[in-house]
Design a protein. Structure first.
Length: 168
């Protein structure tokens, strides 16, 4: 049953990724699938590897994120997720924005710097980049398929998949 769930989830992600992409020039490698300049791109699940800094009493991790470009930072949207296993080792995907009391993220071109009050080593992390061509409005009112950035960041991973699969 667990393998069926994993297969179903993987198939859903692939279908959404394929339907969310539109024609364009090839984007940077390293993200899941080819990316054009107007494509929604999600990363593979990345295993977190935190190091502890006694100077600030925080755990740190820096991830390579090749689809985070200056264009994404200026006019796009970045969504991030973490998988938490429960007592039965079933993974539950949470938006990082729901964990703001534990995690702080800083985005720059090509990377994500994560600070945490807890050691989240070995948990799985994913980021999704939505270019400005898919997001309309300025940074305060930017919308994707009718939803603001704040609304998107509060949604579950499954809800965001549905939003990104729907047409504008």
């Amino acid at each position: 049953m667990k393998q069926f769930r994993i297969l179903l989830c993987a198939a859903t992600i692939i279908i959404i990724g394929m339907s969310s992409c539109s024609k364009g020039t090839a984007g940077p490698a390293g993200a899941q699938g080819p990316a054009g300049p107007d494509s929604v791109v999600y990363s593979n699940w990345i295993t977190l590897a935190f190091t502890y800094n006694p100077n600030d009493s925080l755990f740190h991790d820096t991830l390579s994120a090749p689809t985070i470009t200056s264009g994404i930072l200026d006019s796009g949207v970045i969504l991030t997720y973490i998988q938490f296993p429960d007592a039965n080792n079933v993974a539950h995907i949470q938006p990082v924005s729901a964990l703001n009391y534990i995690i702080s993220e800083d985005y720059s071109v090509g990377e994500i710097n994560i600070l945490s009050t807890q050691d989240l080593t070995n948990l799985q992390y994913r980021y999704v980049t939505i270019p400005g061509s898919k997001a309309a409005g300025n940074s305060a009112t930017r919308k994707v398929n009718g939803y603001t950035t704040t609304q998107l960041k509060a949604m579950s991973y499954a809800q965001v998949q549905q939003v990104l699969a729907s047409k504008n």
